[in-house]
Design a protein around this ligand. Structure first.
Ligand code: G3P
Ligand code: CA
Length: 239
């Protein structure tokens, strides 16, 4: 089962920071999951929420700020003073970290609230420019974006869902993908086992308990997103 560090090693480091991704780059895991938004001046930045309020020392929407303004914020202290030098990374800076490794990058387009026109194309273009196309998997709760990516056939793409659907596999096929990233509460439902049986590639988020990981492995889930990749590695290596 593939292991992805969710927002980097976010159980130990502040999420979506250089420190969290550098720690993940040291681990023999499949890859990392990265949340991206677009700044007012069209730069791709790595942060989870639409607002900077929860994870920085400021307030406001990412979409209303320039990259220069965002770079002035501290996105580490909310976890611990130890991380007070952390700045919101650009996606380009994350590519730098993984240039010499073979990790895969699951880039989640945070276009479910604000559509950030052009973000998907910018991510695809940057991945190509940096030579990462074959290592990138794009996902989103915005299934219109996933459908456009699938139709463009430039990069592998997955739908993200947290809802329980009667037939998630058929729904994914309408969008044009076999890749389904599903929430843990939906993972043991019949819709997921049916999707697996029909040939879907299923990854589950966010799995921080090794017992759940073990059960997911048993039902044939292909990958998990975890805040604690070290713990998952230790568990599966020791088996
Ligand atoms: O990509 C899986 C997971 O990260 C989706 O939910 O809210 O953690 O971005 P969230
Ligand atoms: Ca995410």
């Amino acid at each position: 089962m593939k292991i992805y560090a969710h927002r980097g090693c976010s159980g130990t480091y502040p999420e979506n920071t250089i420190a969290a991704f550098q720690a993940a780059a040291e681990l023999p895991i499949t890859g990392v999951e990265i949340d991206v938004h677009l700044t007012r001046d069209g730069e791709i930045v790595v942060i989870h929420d639409e607002k900077v309020n929860r994870t920085t020392n400021s307030k406001g929407y990412v979409k209303d700020m320039t990259l220069k303004e965002l770079k002035e914020l501290d996105c580490g202290s909310w976890r611990s003073e130890e991380w007070s030098d952390e700045k919101i990374p650009t996606l380009d800076e994350i590519f730098d970290i993984f240039e010499e490794t073979n990790h895969r990058l699951n880039i989640e387009l945070k276009t479910d609230v604000f559509p950030y026109d052009g973000l998907a194309d910018k991510v695809v273009d940057l991945a190509a420019k940096r030579g990462f196309t074959d290592r990138v998997l794009i996902s989103s709760f915005n299934h219109e974006d996933v459908q456009s990516l699938v139709q463009g056939k430039q990069v592998e793409s997955a739908i993200l869902t947290f809802e329980v659907l009667v037939d998630v596999y058929d729904y994914a096929r309408v969008i044009g993908t076999k890749r389904i990233h599903i929430s843990l509460p939906s993972a043991f439902r019949r819709m997921t086992t049916d999707a697996l049986r029909k040939g879907a590639i299923v990854y589950v988020y966010t799995v921080n308990d090794v017992n759940y990981a073990e059960e997911l492995h048993k039902i044939g889930v292909h990958g998990i997103f975890t805040d604690h990749p070290e713990k998952m590695l230790a568990h599966f290596e020791l088996k």
